[in-house]
Design a protein around this ligand. Structure first.
Ligand code: NAD
Ligand code: IPM
Ligand code: MN
Length: 361
């Protein structure tokens, strides 16, 4: 966003499955918040995932990638689905997303997870386990097994996990800043009893935090035990930092604390303010096209977009407060409440009405 124009350039990538449904909803909220905040938007659509494969034979359209690298922010729905599952790896929808994350150099993926008392009954946990759960999960996003050398033959296959000191240092700094702004506690999750990459991770994490954030309390937990503690005593976590694959798995697990995978947003950032924003869920093929996808994860990703890429924290809070209000008022899609008949667009319309009402008062 240039100060002169005050116009934010945002690329919308719907992708596959429920991606177009949640992005339609998130784009409506984006436009509603921008209008209330008197912010001008330049929205551009692009092609990624199966939709790009069908359209241009590649997992991300070349001009889409170019636009994303010039934009202030990118908002993405989801990629993938059974139709493209049997394609070779380099042509899978998921490859387009990995290429985009890598090209945008967004190495830090922030996945906030909160419990809400209004939703406790829709989780598998007792209310006292959920009380006070508020976790910032920070996942390293452009390294590790996802991006190492890989090979597949008829009879064997391998993927390589590789991390460099620089990669660990820079994610440690993101986590250190987040912990400093919150409760001063940081938990790094690894598998240092087995993996060399984890031993490097643990050492560099300890050194970087001790040197640059000496006021923080840093704890290291092995990933298998961490998965258990996340279910057993989730409120004891504040900021979590972990490597790419562990972060992927633990964040889906943590969504059970919130109530649904459809509720969780994410922000992926690099060294500047340009960011990639996506709900953490996938394309949910079994409910795609039915208009019942939960759009809240995508909508809360728009809030993060306003906060981290556009510097409009008040608009982020306007969206987040509106989401709290509708969830408290039992405006729920069927993934949370199986008896609900509310659709994706009902939730969107009610949220925009709440936001507009707050603005007027
Ligand atoms: P998924 O996240 O699509 O679905 C897991 C479960 O959660 C399903 O029961 C689904 O119906 C439900 N769900 C997810 N999001 C929901 C929402 N917003 N509202 C209501 N219910 C929701 O994971 P999957 O089934 O393992 O994967 C399906 C495809 O999505 C795969 O091709 C996978 O690679 C892809 N995927 C993409 C992303 C992404 O684009 N960022 C993330 C995860 C998975
Ligand atoms: C996510 C997804 C992606 C990941 C896939 C689709 C590449 O699961 O964003 O959590 O594993 O990072
Ligand atoms: Mn995932």
């Amino acid at each position: 966003m240039t100060a002169a124009s005050n116009t934010a350039h945002i690329v919308l990538l719907s992708g596959d499955g429920i991606g177009p449904e949640v992005i339609e909803s998130a784009a409506a909220v984006l436009q509603c918040a921008a209008r209330l905040g008197q912010l001008e938007l330049r929205l551009e659509e692009g092609w990624i995932g199966g939709a790009a494969i069908d359209r241009c034979g590649d997992s991300i359209a070349p001009d889409t990638l170019e636009s994303c690298l010039k934009a202030d922010a990118v908002l993405l729905g989801a990629v993938g689905g059974p139709r493209w599952e049997h394609l070779p790896g380099h042509l899978r929808p998921e490859t387009g997303l990995l290429r985009l994350r890598s090209a945008m150099k967004v190495y830090a993926n922030l996945r906030p997870v909160r419990s809400r008392s209004a939703l406790a009954a829709f989780t598998p946990y007792r209310p006292e386990i959920l009380a006070g759960v508020d976790i910032m999960m920070i996942r390293e996003l452009t390294g590790g097994l996802y991006f190492g050398e890989r090979h597949r033959s008829e009879t064997e296959a391998f993927d390589t996990c590789r991390y460099s000191k620089i990669e660990v240092e820079r994610i440690a700094r993101v986590a250190g800043r987040a912990a400093r702004a919150r409760k001063g506690r940081l938990c790094s999750i690894d598998k240092a009893n087995v993996l060399d990459t984890s031993r490097l991770w643990r050492q560099v994490m300890s050194e970087t935090i001790a040197r640059e954030f000496p006021e923080l309390i840093l704890e290291h937990i092995l990933v298998d035990a961490a998965a258990m503690y996340l279910a057993q005593r989730p409120a004891s976590f504040d900021v979590i930092v972990t490597e790419n694959l562990f972060g992927d798995i633990l964040s889906d697990q943590s969504s059970t604390l919130a109530g649904s995978l459809g509720l969780l947003p994410s922000a992926s950032l690099g060294d500047g303010t340009r960011g990639l924003y996506e709900p953490i869920h996938g394309s949910a093929p079994s409910i795609a096209g039915r208009g019942i996808a939960n759009p809240i994860g995508a909508i809360l990703s728009v809030a993060l977009l306003f906060r981290y890429s556009l510097g409009h924290d008040h608009l982020a809070r306007m969206i987040e407060d509106g989401v709290e209000e509708i969830l408290d008022g039992s405006v729920l899609t069927p993934d949370l409440d199986p008896d609900s008949r509310l659709t994706t667009s009902d939730v969107t319309r009610m949220l925009c009405a709440v936001m507009s009402r707050h603005q007027v008062v």
